[in-house]
Design a protein around this ligand. Structure first.
Ligand SMILES: *Cc1c(COP(=O)(O)O)cnc(C)c1O
Length: 819
């Protein structure tokens, strides 16, 4: 497969500057220079973001062997082909739309607010034996994700399933020709208001534009907003409770983890059983039933396959494994695209130098096996994997391809069983391990062999949410404003280099920590971007220099001792930051010391990189006059410093609340802290942030008490008639404050809030679950997260979200995941 650059220039309506006469066929579309694997056959699109222009990576990519580029402005690049276009994103979409037009096959297009990825993955589960399917990898459903998904389409495919997600007006019109679905699925229209649309009705109409040329559209007729937005073109195919629905729901019955649904379709009456009971899963499954019927699947087969539906692992998770390993489990698919995504996640995490990948057979038939395994071997080599463990008969049969294309160690086993019996010899230790296999290989067993048993309170950190929060904050900034991400105090409790890695990957300019040892830890974890240390002690000078950390100079005593030390060591122009006192009265040079500072600074062994101050109350409107006074004093003093030093220094002032409430004070850089973790400190409502962390625990025991029984230390909890309590595995030593005892705090149990009862113990807390149905020992309990915000917990314990987040103790395991 592939297209010539001449064809591509024509397809995107661009002008070709041909500098490379070798006529390679383009096979790969590259949007992110960090994801380069096949230089000669890749075409790089220099996309424009609000802050970054892909163009800045062209030179580097050229050096790495890329010769084909789509750009908006021609570059000095002798020996490269450049297609010049007005809009690189539009060109990418046009190319993918052109590719789509080459094929006539049923294409299922899915959009709506929730459930897109699950429905897509379930349809794949339900139909993979009948069809050769191509589908969007993970949730690639954006303006760039859709073209990349559609680009995978090849002559061997018999069915395509693509999802589309939009957040702004006009976006769906651009995705429609790229997917050009023949069969549409509109999942639902969610509650969440989204900033890009004036109303939910408008959002629904916009999403429906995906179906402008579809032959048939599946939707749920129980949703009035969906019905109102239906488009004119396609034949409608509804499921729901009303008489007119093509598939009518006659009955729904839940029992022991299953839902049995009675359906009428035309003359046929039948029931389906699905192994889920939550409303979202039922809705998703019924969308699938409608698609299966439209594709002509016999009812009996639908019934059998639906009963086998499996939950979808929507995310990549990083967990602690045995012998200090880190484990990433992605054992629900094995195809090239999801392999690259998982390998990117592996390298982005850079937990350990050594990387092992455990891989099953790949089930991409329609592709020549020799070529398939050679590509896998090359990909693993490019991503600097050190060891491959292949499990399955097919991958083992291609051991030679790995010998040829993959420089690392290899081991092959026919079955998981054989792998397990050889576990001792494989010596897993201090390495990152990616487990990736098709579902039929049941790699869950490998996951449980390698994962550390942990005490069951965990904090889950959603890395996508963090990246998305960063993106949102950046939208409030001028394009040139730099971002210093504050990761002090173990990344506000969320983790240190795992978080810093992500921030580095997403191009933040600086990191800020409180103490030198936090910076040292980041450097040891492979963080290369500049790090500012706010609070330096004399004993850490050596580490600062050794690990290239930039101290804040906030007083004369620190200035003199550090300057003297640097001169003694013969180190000139060491990078530092200067902090000014403007009203917080914590650290910094007060106004009356500035004359003296200006006198000594030019002679010190420093290179001043920036001058800053910190707001005392930027989140409080009633303090705005004071905040402005701080800003005026800061600006005047910073200017004097700038004049005295004679080389450019950065000015920065705003923390999260400052960014949200005082946009005019962004200056050269902002210091973003709590906002990154999903908390809007000013409650400005201008941002749609997602809380990054979820703290979860489990129920150790349930007790049915009698009236007058008492609960916990000092007998502060008292049972009334029929009281049922659950003892959960979290206490004040984990960071669950004693102030939350005796009903002050609540936890989220099976969809309801359960108040604490009695005093919080060191490692355990009792909660009152009277009247909450279906709760059993071992069940999960959410302490804070999506259902119960950190803010709410802070209000209950009369503190602020900052303290709640940073109090979660180190003994609580952090699990990092990407959705
Ligand atoms: C912690 C800190 C920040 C970040 O504050 P947030 O309110 O979390 O955004 C910024 N600057 C300094 C000096 C800090 O100590």
């Amino acid at each position: 497969m592939g297209y010539s650059i001449q064809y591509i220039a024509g397809a995107v309506g661009g002008h070709l500057l041909q500098g490379d006469a070798t006529s390679v066929m383009i096979e790969h579309l590259l949007l992110d220079s960090r994801r380069l694997i096949f230089p000669t056959t890749s075409l790089f699109f220099a996309l424009k973001g609000p802050r970054r222009y892909g163009g800045q990576f062209i030179k580097e990519l050229f050096r790495r062997g890329v010769r084909n580029f789509v750009v908006e402005e021609a570059q000095e690049l002798p020996g490269a082909n450049q297609v010049i276009v007005k809009d690189t994103l539009a060109a990418l979409q046009a190319l993918a739309a052109g590719h789509r037009r080459q094929y006539t096959l049923p294409v299922v297009g899915i959009t709506g607010s929730n459930g897109k990825t699950i429905i897509k993955e379930w349809l794949n589960q339900l139909l993979e034996e009948e069809y050769e399917i191509v589908r969007s990898p993970k949730s690639y459903n954006s303006q760039t994700g859709v073209p990349l998904s559609v680009w995978q389409l090849g002559p061997q495919h018999e069915l395509a399933i693509f999802e589309a997600g939009v957040s702004l007006r006009g976006e769906m019109e651009r995705l429609e020709p790229v997917i050009r679905p023949t069969l549409g699925v509109f999942t639902n229209i969610g509650e969440a208001h989204s900033e890009g649309f004036s109303s939910r009705a408008e959002k629904a109409r916009e999403k429906m534009k995906l179906f402008a040329h579809a032959e048939t559209l599946v939707y749920c007729s129980d949703q009035p907003e969906t019905v109102k937005a239906l488009p004119a073109g396609p034949t409608l195919f509804a499921w729901g409770h009303d008489e007119n629905a093509a598939i009518r729901i006659r009955s729904t019955e839940k029992k022991a983890g299953w839902t049995v649904i009675g359906l009428t379709h035309g003359a046929a009456e039948f029931t389906v059983s699905i192994p889920f009971t939550d409303p979202a899963s039922i809705e998703n499954a019924l969308h699938c039933v409608a698609v299966l019927l439209l594709l002509g699947q016999p009812v009996q087969r639908i019934q059998t396959s639906l009963a086998l539906l499996q939950p979808i692992a929507m995310r990549l998770e990083l967990k602690s494994g045995i012998n200090h390993c880190s484990i990433i489990n992605d054992s629900y698919s094995a195809d090239l695209n999801s392999l690259s995504i998982a390998l990117d996640f592996l390298s982005q995490q850079q937990q350990h130098d050594r990387r092992t990948v455990i891989l099953s057979d790949f089930l991409e038939s329609g592709r020549e096996e020799n070529e398939l395994y050679a590509t896998i071997a090359q990909t693993l080599g490019q991503k600097q994997v050190d060891r491959l463990i292949g499990i399955g008969p097919r991958i083992g049969a291609h051991a030679a391809a790995f010998g040829q294309w993959f420089p690392g160690e290899t081991a092959f086993y026919p079955t998981v069983e054989a792998f397990r019996s050889d576990l001792g010899r494989l010596h897993f230790r201090d390495e990152s391990i990616l487990i990736k296999g098709a579902r039929v290989f049941e790699f869950e067993e490998i996951d449980s062999l390698l994962t550390e048993r942990i005490h069951q309170t965990v904090m889950e950190v959603n890395l996508n949410a963090m990246a998305e929060n960063l993106r949102q904050w950046r939208q409030l900034l001028q394009p040139a404003t730099r971002v210093m991400a504050m990761v002090k105090a173990f990344g506000y409790g969320s983790g240190s280099f795992e978080i810093a890695n992500l921030l580095q990957f997403h191009g933040v300019d600086w990191l800020g920590v409180a103490y030198a040892d936090e910076g040292v830890m980041l450097r040891k974890g492979g963080i290369r971007i500049p790090i500012m240390v706010m609070n330096t002690e004399d004993s850490s000078f050596q580490s600062l220099v050794e690990y290239n950390l930039e101290p804040v100079i906030y007083s004369f005593s620190l200035l003199r001792t550090f300057d003297r030390w640097l001169k003694k060591e013969g180190i000139p122009a060491f990078p530092v930051h200067i902090e000014l006192e403007t009203g917080m009265n914590r650290l910094g040079f007060p106004n009356e010391e500035i004359d003296e500072l200006l006198r000594v600074l030019p002679g010190a062994a420093f290179k001043v990189l920036s001058v800053f101050s910190h707001f005392a109350a930027s989140e409080e409107a009633q303090q705005d006059a004071f905040t402005n006074k701080q800003a005026q004093l800061y600006l005047a003093t910073a200017q004097r410093l700038q004049d005295a030093l004679g080389y450019p220094i950065l000015q920065h002032l705003a923390n999260s609340a400052g960014i949200a409430r005082h946009p005019e004070l962004q200056l050269d850089m902002v210091r973003l802290g709590i906002g990154l973790y999903g908390i809007d400190p000013a409650g400005s409502g201008r941002l749609d942030l997602q809380e990054v962390s979820t703290l979860k625990t489990t129920i150790a025991q349930i007790k049915h008490l009698r009236t007058g029984d008492t609960i916990g230390y000092n007998r502060r909890g008292i049972a009334s008639a029929g009281t049922v309590t659950a003892t959960v595995r979290i206490g004040y030593a984990d960071g669950y404050s004693r102030s939350l005892g005796n009903g002050v705090g609540k936890m989220w149990v099976n969809g309801r809030l359960a108040p604490t009862i009695g005093i919080v113990s060191m490692d355990m807390t009792m909660i009152d679950i009277t009247g909450i149905p279906d709760v059993k020992e071992g069940d999960e309990v959410v302490v804070f997260g999506k259902e119960l915000s950190v803010n709410q917990l802070a209000i209950w314990s009369q503190t602020i979200p900052y303290e709640i987040l940073t109090s979660v103790s180190q003994r609580v395991k952090r699990i990092y995941f990407e959705e």
